[in-house]
Design a protein around this ligand. Structure first.
Ligand code: FEO
Length: 393
């Protein structure tokens, strides 16, 4: 396995082949926690790994440089997938100074005892000379947490980008030119949709300054290092951060005795009756939240429907709306539908939630009592058509 990014710069992280649940993100291809070692007059470790794998990281480092020769440990991001290993690393590297920003240090110390650490708190734009090379720290708040930052090495044209441009992908390959680009971009997209999408405004603000850096390699904290396809990932991030939608309609539903599924079919037919629109139907109970978020990343219009269970929408639909509500996909138009037997129904609940997510309802919601009537099915068809017309713009 080739771990060398540049002369004297190595990947020393951990490949997590078995993880499938990353705080509710279905990491179907596993994940990596990337840590990088720069050997110069000062030896620097950029980011650590999840605490469970700190010993593996330290073994990787020790194969290249004695642990007491590590001078700096840079922490770009305090989230525990990268930073819960900091305590073990600082204990194992007695001469290391932890380099991070003030918010990062506060967060790390909320998670672990850092009372014996030597620390160097940096400001945005500050530089640290490590010999032949310089490290420049660029704050990137809310990409992904408030303390997040990039570390840039101008002499190597190398950007350590923390979560940004990452992918959850366990692989023995470390570089983007060693795997099919479609696969890497697919995982980068899923990652963006499930982790970064709510912070698109911050990403959009950051991208011009990142693109202005002289870069020939981007080393994220997850997945492969970008060295061949940097324009492709920057272009993809630019589109995602701009919240550009496609002429795409999603029909997202849960059903009990098939009535809501029959309505979803009619909405699908109505949407498909409009040329030039892509239509995707997702039965949330047999799908997963990760796929739902991924599909929503460029979706213009969405119908949301549920059967009624004990006066409420079905549990999987509640989870789906909760997840989408937090991720804030760029959907602009919505429609609520669903079935019930008696009393209050799921449809009313959904019709209340969608406008709160900023979606404009294209038609009054449709609620069937047990099986939908022909009139209700016609209304569903028309709503599908309307959603498609709105999606076309
Ligand atoms: Fe990979 Fe926001 O942590």
């Amino acid at each position: 396995m080739n771990t060398q990014l540049k002369p004297d710069i190595h990947w020393v992280g951990y490949i997590d082949w078995s993880i499938r649940d990353f705080h509710s993100y279905n990491t179907k291809r596993g994940a990596t926690y990337n840590s990088y070692l720069i050997q110069d007059e000062k030896n620097v470790l950029v980011d650590t790994v999840k605490y469970l794998y700190a010993d593996k990281l330290l073994q990787n480092v020790a194969e290249l440089v004695p642990l007491d020769k590590i001078d700096y440990v840079v922490c770009n991001h305090a989230e525990p997938d990268h930073a819960s290993g900091v305590a073990d690393v600082m204990n194992a590297c007695p001469n290391a100074t932890l380099v991070c920003n003030a918010k990062c240090l506060d967060t790390l110390k909320a998670y672990m005892d850092g009372s014996n650490w030597k620390t160097q708190v940096v400001a945005s734009g500050e530089e640290l000379s490590i010999g032949k090379r310089t490290l420049k720290f660029i704050f990137t708040p809310m990409v992904h947490w408030p303390e997040s930052m990039f570390t840039y090495c101008p002499e190597e044209k190398l950007l350590f980008s923390m979560d940004a441009f990452g992918q959850h992908l366990a692989t023995s390959e470390r570089f983007d030119d060693e795997l099919p680009l479609d696969l890497i971009l697919e995982e980068a997209r899923t990652y963006y949709a499930n982790i970064v999408m709510p912070y698109s405004a911050q990403v959009a603000k950051l991208l011009p300054s990142a693109a202005a850096l002289d870069i020939d390699m981007i080393a994220p904290a997850h997945g492969v290092v970008w060295r061949k396809n940097i324009p492709a990932i920057l272009e993809a991030y630019t589109a995602w951060a701009a919240r550009k939608t496609k002429a795409k309609v999603m029909i997202v539903y849960d059903t009990m005795w098939n009535s809501t599924a029959i309505m979803a079919d009619q909405i699908f037919k109505g949407a498909c009756s409009v040329d030039g629109v892509s239509v995707e139907k997702i039965f949330v109970r047999v799908s997963d939240l990760t796929q739902l978020a991924d599909a929503s990343l460029d979706c213009a219009a969405m119908a949301v429907g549920s059967a009624t269970l004990n006066t409420k929408m079905m549990p999987a639909m509640a989870a789906a709306l909760n997840y989408l509500g937090g991720l804030k996909p760029p959907v602009k138009f919505g429609f609520a539908f669903g079935s019930c037997g008696w009393g209050k129904g799921a449809m009313e609940e959904i019709a209340e939630i969608l406008p709160k997510m900023g979606w404009e309802l294209v038609a009054p919601g449709v609620k069937s009592k047990f099986r939908p009537t022909q009139e209700q099915l016609d209304a569903c068809f028309e709503a599908g058509k309307l959603l498609a017309q709105k999606a076309l713009g």
